[in-house]
Structure formats: C-alpha cells, structure tokens
Unconditional design. Structure first.
Lengths: 485, 499
C-alpha cells in the first residue's frame, strides 16, 4: 500500500527498510507522489529536486544491500527549512534577496544527516529570514495550515510543521529563535524541540539572531523527534558556541512519572484562549494523576521577555543581515551608479517589510546614545530572566505552559498588526533568552485546530522533556496525527 | 611673529600589523601576497550566509607574544565585538574587532633617536602602549572603467592594531618608534611588516599645544603605509595646525587622508560625519580564556630585546655603536654573530667587523638586497643560505689573531670562504698563505738583504733618521719569501739588524 507510506512514522519506516520490506526508492517515490498531490494546496515546500532525491534513495538502498547501512535514519527523507545550507540546493531564506542563491557548502546538520544515511529532501517555506510567526512573510509563497487551509501554519518554521501535518515527509528540520519551531508545531499538531543553546551546531544555519538561534528536530511523534535529535547533536569545531565533546552529555531522563512540574504563575491567565487553557489544564491533570508533583513557580521578570527579545534579536539581526548587499551574491539592484548606491538599492529592493522593520529597530537600539537605554538594558533583563528560570528549574524538573496562547489564526488576520503577532511567542521566547531546551507536545484541539503544551527544562535536560512528552503521547494518541487533505 | 619653537607636537599612533600566520584570523583560508584576486577565500571569508567565525589560535598566540615582547599585561580573557559599517570591501559589513576586552593591555617600546652623527648613539626613550587588539583585515576595492572590482584575498587576514599613548613629541620620535616596533615584531616572528605589501599601516593622531598646556584638538590621518609617510604627515600636520592657530582659527577634530605623491594631507570627514559603528559583543565568538600556561610557554619565545642586546654588545663585548646597531637590527645576524663569538670569545670586535661589514655586504650582494638599517628597519638579508658558518668565521679570525695570516690576507681568505664554504685553514694551506714567522730563517734573509749594495742608500737614510726609508728594505724580503713573511716580524728584525 504505497499510498499509506506517508502516514507512517520515521521509526516504523526505518523498521520496514531494515527488514527489507521497503526500499528508500519506493518510499521516496510515494512521498513525491504525495508532494504532487498535496504541496500545491499546503505550500509547505519551496523546492524539491526529484531526481536528486531518487539518486540519494538509490544510493541508500545500495548501501543497505551492501551491508553498509548507516543507522536508524538510513534511507529516510528529512525535509529542511530553507535557512539551513545544503550543498547544491537553494538557500533562499524565503527572501527575494537570496532567490538566486545555491549553497556551495553543507551545514553541519546536513553533514550529520548524510553521515546517518538520511535523504536530504527538499526545501521548506518559512518567514523571510525566520522573522515572523505565520510564514506569511515568505517572499516565495504562502503556506497554509493543513488542519484548516484558511489559516496560518505558524512560523517561522511553518513549512517544516505543515509538511509533517500534511504527510509530505516524516521528519523535518526547523530553526527556533523565539519560538519558530515550537509555535508552528503547536499550530500544526506536531512535535517540535528547541534544543539547549549549543547542543546543535549552527554552522550553515543562516543567522537571524546568533545568540538565540538553534536548529531543532520536528516530527509527528516524540520517538521520531528523538531519532532525529540523536543524529543532529554532535560537537563541531566550526561553531564556537557549540558544546565540545566533554560538555554535551544530556541529563538522564529519569522516571517520567516522578517529574516535578512547575506551572509559572499567571501564565494561564489573561490572553490565553479558553480551549487552549482547558487543553493544557487537562495535560496538567494527567501528569498529576500519573504521580508527578505539580507546583506553582514564580517568574517575576517573565513580562520582560517579549520586549527584551525584540531588542536583542533585532540588534543582532541588524548586523547579521548587513552582509546582504548585492556585492558578492544575492539580489543586486540595477538602479545604481556607485557601489554604495548599489548596496543601498539592493537592500531596499531585496528585503520584505518585516525584515526591514526589524533591521531598523535593531539599528536604532544599537545606535550611539540609545544603546544603553535599549540594547545594554535588554542584556541585563536577559541575564535576570535566565537567572530566574535557572532558579525555578533547580526546584522543578520542567516548566509547563501552553506553547501559544491561541490557536492558529486566519491568513491575513494579523498581517497589519505586528505587535499583536509578536505576542504569539510570549511563552516560547524565554527559553531562547535563557538558552534552555523546550518542547512543544500536541495535547488536544480547539475545535478542529491543534493545541500544544510547552515544556522547558534546565540546560541539557532534553531527555527529561522527551520522556515527559512520551508519557503524555502514549496515553493520548495524538502521535502521527495528520490532517485530512 | 611666533616661532614654532613655542609649540609642542603630541603624537599618538595606531599601527595595524598583519600577523605572520598560516591561516586567516577567523577562517581556515591561507593568505599571502601576490595571489590572483579572490583565490584566498572560502565561505567564511566571503561571509556566505550561515558561516561562522572560529578564532585562529596562532593569531591569538602571536598577539600574546607581541604583548610579552613589549612587557604588556596579558589579561585573563579577551573578547570580540562587531564594528558595523557598510562598504563593498567588508564581506559581512561588520568587522570583528576587540573594543572592550583586547588581547594586550599596556606595555612599552624602547626607541632610539638619531645621534649627532652616524657613529654616535642617540637618546633612548620609552613609548607606552595603551593596548593592542586583534581584528580582521578587509578586502580591496578598486575602480576599473565604469565599474568597481573587489578582491577579498586580504579580507580576514589577522591584523593586530597597536595603539600608543600620546607619548611621541616629534616626527623623528614617530619614525624611531616605528623602526623599533618593526624590529621587535619581526625579531619575535610576530609579523613580517613588509610595508611594500601593506603589512603595516598607520593612523597618526596629531595635536599641538604650548608645553605644559592641556592637549589640543587632534586630527587623525588614516592609512599611512610607510614610515616616511608618517614622518611627513607629522611635519605637515604640525605646520598646518600651527598656521591655523596662529591665524586665530581653531583646529577641527577631523579624519584626514594623506597624498604621498603631492606630500599633503586632506580632509576625509569631520566629526559630524563620524560613523556610528553600533559596536556590540559578537555573539558567535564566546569570551576567550587566555590560559597562563599558554602565556608562560610563549614567554619562552620572547627574544632578547633589541636595545638590551645593543647595550650588551657595547658594554660587555666592547663593540662600537655602529657595529652593535647594525648587528642587533637583524636577530638572525645577531645570533649568527653570537655563535661565532662563542667559538672564538677572544676577539668579538674582529668578528663584529667581519660580520657587520664583509659578511653583510656579500650577503646583500648575493641576494640583490640593499644593506643596512634602511626604511624597512631590519637588514633584509637571510643567513639561511650563508655559505660561511659562524665557527668557520671564528676560525678565520683566530688565524689572524694568532698571526698565521695578515689582516690583508684575511680579507682574501674571507672572499674565498664566501665563494666555496671551505674552512679558513684549508684555504690558507691550499693557497700557501701561511705567514713565515720562523725568526731564524727570516733573520738570515734580513742579513742577506741588508748586505746587498743596492739598498745601502736606504740603510744610510734610515740611520740618518728617515724612518720611512726602512720600507724600501721590506720589498726585497717579501719577494724572497713569496710574500709570506710576517710583516710585523720583518719590521722588528730589520730594526734590530740595523741597530
């Protein structure tokens, strides 16, 4: 039943491939057929090189035949957000600025996936340069939520989440700067992990805000998410912020039923949709019933997270995006008489409105005379938020909140109100500011729209978060759910 | 009319030095001079999306070594900041530099001013270093026809920016400082400082004041690529500022350029147009710990200070200033000389003369390079291909000191050694140059010569008090011994024989 392959988990596909009852070529052909049937509707992918995919699949099958299979991901397609470099594939960041760019090199995660035998499968749509929470800021195309095609999939890794929910691919990579993996995971009913800052090399991830960005695995089940995480996490001398071999050991998962769960005070209050609050409260009740201790914790500086984030992230972005000037690669304006004019016009033409807004904001907060009031103050607030989170996480194992206050909104609904859109990330931002691992787990629905809860743990506590997620998932059957398309 | 004697010039320098490293400062690309444009680049150097900087350990160690050479403090840690500005030669449109936590803090450089004459040592002075920070160089933009071209080979080359305190008080001091700095950098292997290749560039801050008054408003002349340009800029800028102030105008704090061909400066931009670089800590490079073990290891690589060595040569070895200063200008030459002294400690002066004059001259001629302590400071010769070994030179001087050959013959033997690389003794024997110092044999020849009536007139003149007349007797003696007679011994024997 080739047409059912798109519904299977990566783990199950791996078992079939290992047993010889499935080839990577058959799997990839089935997924390409699914792509042809569904991608136009969902808009998750911006690029798929079918011939390249099939060549990779054949190479994988040949390795397996020769007894040289490379592990549990051998032959399994992984789709990649279009801000992560794969040699020979487009690296557009869904921006007009980089529309013509083909990466001449592999990111560390691409290296790792190749080493694991995975198929590097297509490029996924995103908000331009990962700036946004709806994927509406893509200059390439719109992506729609597979559960309701009139709604946004979340963002910025909207393509990564929608591709999973639409059965286009079993595994995907996203990147998360303020919630860009977890928020679309929540909106699309899939699992998304933002690892501890430094666990996965950023080499080859196009920088938005370097001190916040992390690549992370996305999947339709906790088990699949773990499989992908294991392949990605390794030391890399090309990223000085990536943990070395001696620093990266994960805390052991322990027993999920004995977890101490902290509920940040006030997080389920104002601004959280009643159905979201109800789903999350049900999850809390579940954990309590399993034997977990649940207690309230104070995070008094939590209110500072969103403004702090929009100062730190935009400051770094204003500098990180300086390199797009039309001189070496990317969009070059034809309307220029001098090199400096060319740079100016190329940037004016190549960037979209949200990217320009953040570059301007970031430039302002770093300017002489304002840096102390904004950037330096934000760094102090960030340190305070981190300290409070670490203190709370010395009392409890995980912090549990909704991932997003409300379910996915309609396409265009918040397009004219960036500040309202910024609040989508209110629960997810602190993990980035504090460098902590965080996981979004599907936990029910608001009407027909998925809802997720959010777990944050101490540095390197990924195994605990995943164990907690697995406990919930096993009891609720949200794993592997796909929208009917 | 006021005279400039009432004014004191105050100078501070920012010296950008390309460090001698195999790879670029934040990328694995190699670098060097004379490659085709854009050959020495990689995704990191070009600032391709997704690339990240990784600090080159060698560049940090060379920076620390510089700090140790000038007696600076090496802090426990250093960090990098981003300096944001747009220009096509700047691949990321920010430069990684160290604004708040530089790798080197403080220290000082001893300088030597020109003496009243070439043979007399000038005054020494210390110039304080404020700090030195490690940053990346940018590419080169050139204009061709209607377009512009960028070469990124230089982008990412490690640059150590050495910032002095405003301790310099004349163009001569600025010149002396740069010469001294270049010598120290090259002798420690920190940098090659080849100004022709743009490996050392200077920004020159100049202000004037009446002695004792607070510092005046300064101007900064950027991107000077030779010591003479710095000297000329100081002279020009001092005169200009004096002219301005004496005409009742104020000095504007401005950034200036220098046109070396016309010998004049010009305004680049004034304070209002100053860039806002929006510095902030680079989030890609964590604060770097500078381990004490590394600092201790590097301390062992610090060579003897140029002027400590010069003092030692003059005070302990008894060398004249001229020879000492020529030798110490080139560490390799000095170490070569010291190896020769070790092999023949009795006559450092004799060795120094041969090294500083004959050897240096022949080496320079062999390599086609000019000799001496020129603009580029160290004598640009290499001892690597020197055909003579230090112990061999020591052998030559010992033969002279022992009277086996004359000083005149020593020159001839030296030339042969430089050609063939043979030992002095072997050449002396092969050429039959060994002096005849056999007193008995020579006495016999002396008696024969003075008995010859052909010299009777000379003998009479000598006896009558004409000292020089004795020389006429020496020729025939030399002839009979085929020139091998020890000239001193002949003189002695002749005088004795003639009473």
């Amino acid at each position: 039943m080739a047409d059912a392959l798109h519904t299977l988990s990566a783990a199950e596909l791996g078992r079939r491939l290992a047993a010889g009852s499935l080839t990577s070529r058959a799997l990839c052909e089935a997924l390409i057929a699914r792509f042809d049937a569904v991608n136009e509707k969902v808009g998750a992918f911006t690029h798929l090189d079918r011939a390249d995919v099939l060549a990779q699949a054949d190479a994988s099958d040949a390795r397996r035949q020769a007894g040289q299979g490379r592990g549990p991901l051998e032959g399994i397609p992984v789709a990649i957000k279009d801000n992560i470099a794969v040699q020979g594939q487009p690296l557009t960041c869904s921006s007009k600025m980089l529309a013509s760019l083909v990466s001449p090199y592999d990111s560390h995660v691409a290296d790792r996936l190749r080493a694991a035998g995975a198929i590097l499968y297509g490029r996924l749509n995103m908000d331009e340069f990962a700036m946004g929470s709806s994927t509406e800021n893509s200059a390439v195309r719109k992506t729609f939520n597979p559960w309701d095609l009139t709604r946004i999939p979340g963002g910025s890794s909207g393509g990564s989440a929608a591709a999973l929910a639409a059965g286009l691919v079993p595994l995907s990579l996203g990147s998360d700067t303020g919630g860009s993996i977890r928020q679309p995971a929540s909106h699309c009913g899939v699992v998304g992990l933002k690892p501890t800052y430094g666990l996965i090399s950023r080499f080859g991830l196009v920088a938005f805000a370097s001190s916040l960005d992390q690549i992370g695995p996305m999947a339709r089940s906790i088990e699949d998410c773990e499989l992908l995480l294991a392949a990605l996490a390794s030391a890399d001398a090309r990223d000085m912020t990536c943990f070395g071999p001696d620093e990266r050991a994960l805390t052991s998962a322990g027993e999920a039923k004995k977890l101490r769960i902290g509920i940040p005070k006030g997080f389920l209050g104002k601004g959280v949709a009643p159905e979201v609050a109800a789903a999350v409260e049900a999850a809390i009740a579940f954990y309590r019933a399993q034997g977990c201790t649940v207690s309230e914790v104070e995070l008094p500086s939590a209110d500072l997270a969103v403004p702090t984030y929009y100062v730190v992230a935009t400051a770094e972005a204003s500098s990180n995006l300086g390199r797009y000037d039309g001189v070496r690669y990317g969009h070059r304006s034809a309307q220029a008489a001098t090199p400096v004019e060319m740079m100016t016009h190329s940037r004016s033409e190549g960037f979209g409105a949200e990217v320009k807004r953040r570059i301007l904001l970031g430039t302002f907060v770093l300017s002489a005379g304002y840096a102390d009031a904004y950037y330096n103050r934000a760094l102090r607030a960030r340190a305070k938020i981190r300290a409070e989170y670490l203190a709370a996480l010395s009392q409890v194992d995980v912090l549990l909140t909704p991932t997003v206050p409300t379910p996915a909104f309609k396409v265009g609904e918040k397009a004219s109100d960036p500040l309202q859109l910024y609040l989508e990330d209110i629960f997810t931002i602190p993990a980035n500011l504090a460098g902590l691992p965080a996981l979004s787990v599907p936990c029910g629905q608001s009407g027909h729209l998925p809802v997720g809860f959010h777990l944050v743990g101490a540095p390197l506590s990924e195994a605990k978060l995943l164990a907690a997620g697995r406990l919930f998932e096993a009891a609720h059957g949200f794993a592997h759910q796909q929208a009917a398309l | 009319m006021s005279s400039s004697a009432e004014w004191e010039v105050v100078i501070g320098l920012e010296v950008h030095v390309q460090l001698h490293t195999r790879a670029k400062v934040f990328a694995s690309s190699s670098w060097g001079f004379g490659q085709e444009p854009n050959e020495q680049v990689d995704p990191v150097v070009l600032g391709l999306p997704g690339t990240l900087p990784v600090v080159n350990r060698e560049a940090v160690e060379k920076s620390i070594l510089f700090g140790l050479v000038v007696g600076a403090e090496i802090p426990a840690r250093c960090a990098w900041d981003r300096k944001n500005y747009f220009y096509p030669d700047n691949p990321k449109n920010y430069q990684l530099t160290q604004k708040d936590f530089p790798v080197v803090i403080g220290g000082s450089v001893e300088i030597e001013l020109p003496g009243p004459s070439r043979n007399v040592m000038g005054e020494h002075k210390r110039v304080r270093i404020h700090h030195a920070h490690l940053e990346e160089d940018v590419g080169k933009l050139s204009h061709a026809g209607s377009g512009s071209l960028v070469d990124y080979n230089r982008a990412g080359v490690p640059l150590l920016e050495i910032v002095t305190e405003p301790d310099l008080r004349s163009s001569a001091e600025a010149e002396a400082f740069l010469r001294s700095l270049v010598a120290m950098l090259t002798q420690a292997g920190v940098a090659d400082c080849d100004m022709e290749k743009g490996q050392l560039r200077c920004d020159c801050n100049v202000s004037i004041r009446h002695p004792g008054a607070p510092l005046g408003t300064r101007t900064e002349t950027k991107n000077l690529n030779s010591i003479s340009s710095v000297r000329d800029t100081v002279i020009y800028e001092t005169a200009r500022q004096i002219r301005e102030l004496e005409a009742g105008r104020a000095i504007t704090q401005e950034t200036r350029g220098w046109n070396a061909e016309l010998g004049r400066g010009y305004v680049l931009r004034d304070k209002e147009d100053a860039h806002d670089y929006r510095y902030f800590p680079d989030p890609d490079i964590p604060t770097l710990e500078l381990s004490r073990a590394t600092v201790e290891r590097l301390a062992k690589q610090v060579p003897e200070n140029l002027y400590d060595r010069q003092r030692r040569y003059m005070d302990t070895l008894g060398l004249p200033f001229t020879a000492a200063s020529v030798l110490v200008a080139n560490r390799e030459l000095a170490e070569w000389f010291e190896a020769a002294v070790a092999a023949h400690p009795a006559n450092p002066q004799g060795l120094a003369n041969l090294v500083a004059n004959d050897l240096l001259r022949d080496l320079a001629a062999a390599s086609g390079a000019p000799t001496g302590f020129e603009e580029a400071a160290p004598a640009p010769v290499s001892l690597a291909s020197c055909p003579i070994k230090p112990a061999q030179l020591a052998g030559l001087v010992k033969l002279t000191d022992d009277g086996v050959i004359s000083k005149q013959q020593a020159k001839e033997v030296f030339a042969e050694m430089f050609k063939s690389g043979q030992d002095a003794a072997a050449i002396v024997d092969a050429k039959g140059l060994r002096q005849n110092s056999d007193t008995g044999e020579l006495e016999k020849i002396v008696q024969e010569v003075i008995a010859d009536p052909a010299v009777a007139k000379s003998i009479a003149e000598y006896r009558a008090g004409n000292e020089k007349a004795i020389n006429a007797l020496k020729g025939p003696i030399m002839k009979r011994t085929q020139g091998k007679a020890n000239p001193g011994l002949i003189d002695q024997l002749l005088r004795k024989a003639l009473g």
